[in-house]
Design a protein around this ligand. Sequence first.
Ligand code: SAH
Length: 234
Amino acid sequence: MSSPARQATDRDSVLAERRHVMVDDIVAEARETASHIGKSEFAPRVMEAITRVPRHEFAPSMSKALAYENAPLSIGHGQTISQPYIVALMTDLLAVGPQDVVLEIGTGSGYQAAVLAEMVKRVHTLEIVRPLAVAAREVLERLGYDNVEVRRGDGNLGWPDAAPFDGVIVTAAARAIPPQLVEQLKPGGRLVIPVGGELLTQDLLLVEKTEEGEIKQQVILPVAFVPLRGRRGH
Ligand code: SAH
């Protein structure tokens, strides 16, 4: 029989191998959707971050076996972690650098926050469902992501104390762009947000605040997200 340490190493290498297969699936889907998203591959920094983050740690025990499928994953409370391809796409659109400070709305499992934490200086993330915020904080701490702060709150209002941000990412569908999130962007900052009705698909939007403070908006792709709740949500 192999030692417990040896078994742990074997398990880690199996999981790392599954993660590589997931990354290959993301690469393939990026190529297939190139005409929509205007590029056939995502930035190497994005793919490296996705290769490093142990997605299974963010999956509830009943869905751990599915953690490395290129598919959304149920996390309870009627919520899901986005499909890995969508996580990669949204992270790529945010175009963040190592010194950036970002805001995420909709912490959910904490997975997207971990991907961002691999790439930026600091991540602030807001979750409206308290048990999800508590669970995400625990797993992020356990995995050593000490540059992430999780807070329970309504993301429609942003996080004024930590603003302005280089990037804001919203991982639930809003009916309209919450103005506070645009206000809390730095000049040159980017907001990535799905906008649209609750039952139909939404448009994934890239909103940019230019250095002059002008707002530019671009539709990237039709998507289907769970609704953003709270004051300006559904
Ligand atoms: N980014 C997450 C998945 C998000 S699912 C991950 O990587 O796992 C969308 C999340 O947005 C849900 O957890 C939902 O509870 C949360 N949410 C919905 N409305 C919100 C609001 N107004 N403010 C903050 N979080 C909200």
